[in-house]
Write a protein that binds this ligand. Structure first.
Ligand SMILES: *Cc1c(COP(=O)(O)O)cnc(C)c1O
Length: 353
């Protein structure tokens, strides 16, 4: 251990992002990136923003972006907060809202960044087991708690709760802040945004990384009661006043304005997910019902680590989480038609051996 590390740095166990390796001709299905490009209008806006004005700081409030997001979601700009990827937005929410005297609750199988932030910010947490079908059960969140975070659709299962179930959770837990992480909602989930009007304790977080194919730009946002957004802003302005550069603000704003491209992209990825699911089922996989841009699948005759390693040898990269409940599964991003064909061919080859 380096002697100059702080106690905080020594005690961290950081999140491990999916690999971004440099392997020739790789089929990259491990980080839920979009197989489609961003909106051409977003790219055009980013090129236009790469200009002499870069010498000036960006708008610290990202006013125009917040205005288009507000119009898009039927809320006011005061109800919208933007940040450098939804990871940053969620991290701010952990500090601003979820850090309470009683523990934070989240599912035992979910986005593995949640326990990392809890540790970084000194937030006590308890995990709530998914049921036998790997589903979130709202009744299990009646215990003593200071706050709740749920990814919906959940990751890495891909399973979505209907809006009515989130409404039931909010009815039962009017007493504490509830964060719904909707990173994958655009692929068939039901957003909780319409519930914000009646629930001043609800914060909904979305990202441009998946459904808008802008993972490289790093833009995420939260929508909630203006009072909650004010708490996020207080944390942001105590950390980094300019989280989004000029290029990011311009590209994100143009992406939101290009609704036709967005809808078309989501429909294409959703159709490709169904094709991937059917092909995997034909090979004998058990595939959880996904409302995301990935599928979570296991094969009754082959272990998760074995399949992941054999696919990697064939230059097909998928994500494997080596924890007891997730170990049998592979999380496979819905790729391009060509990616899917190569995944299925490689998998069929592995299963023949
Ligand atoms: C991808 C993802 C995020 C973060 O995405 P950003 O690229 O930081 O916006 C947040 N939550 C879940 C569940 C995700 O899968």
């Amino acid at each position: 251990m380096n002697p100059f590390w702080s106690q905080t740095a020594r005690e961290l166990s950081p999140y491990v992002p999916g690999e971004q390796p440099r392997i020739a001709n790789l089929v990259k299905l491990n980080t839920n990136e979009s197989p489609l490009g961003p909106s051409p209008r977003a790219l055009e806006a980013m090129r236009a923003a790469a200009a002499d004005s870069q010498r000036l700081y960006p708008d610290p409030e990202a006013t125009e972006l917040r205005e288009v997001l507000a119009a898009n979601h039927g809320v006011t700009p005061e109800q919208v907060f933007v940040g450098n990827g939804s990871d940053e937005v969620i991290a701010h929410a952990f500090v601003a809202l979820l850090k309470q005297p009683k523990p934070l609750l989240f599912p035992d199988v979910t986005y593995s960044f949640y326990p990392v932030w809890a540790q970084l910010f000194g937030i006590a947490y308890e995990t709530v087991p998914l049921d036998g079908d790997m589903r979130v059960r709202i009744e299990d969140y009646r215990r003593a708690a200071g706050s709740i975070v749920i990814a919906n659709p959940n990751a890495p299962t891909g399973i979505a709760l209907p809006r009515a179930e989130i409404a039931r959770l909010l009815e039962e837990r009017r007493d504490i802040p509830v964060l719904i992480d909707e990173a994958y909602v655009d692929f068939g989930g039901e957003s909780a945004v319409p519930l914000i009007a009646d629930h001043p304790n609800l914060l909904v977080v979305q990202t441009m990384s998946k459904s808008r194919a802008l993972a490289g730009l790093r833009v995420g946002y939260a929508i909630g009661n203006a009072g909650l957004v004010e708490a996020l802003r207080r944390v942001k302005d105590s950390f980094n006043s300019y989280p989004l550069g000029r290029v990011a603000q311009a590209g994100a704003t143009a992406s939101v304005r290009d609704d036709a491209y967005f809808r078309e992209s989501c429909a294409r990825v959703t159709a490709a997910r169904e094709a991937t699911t059917h092909a995997l089922v034909r090979l004998g996989f058990v595939v959880l019902p996904s409302s995301a841009n990935f599928v979570f699948a296991r094969h009754p005759l082959r272990s998760g680590p074995e399949l992941a390693a054999a696919l990697r040898e064939r230059a097909v990269l998928v994500r494997h989480f080596n924890k007891p409940r997730t170990a049998p599964y592979l999380r496979i991003t819905v790729g391009s038609d060509d990616d899917i064909q190569r995944l299925i061919a490689a998998t069929a080859d592995i299963l023949r051996r």
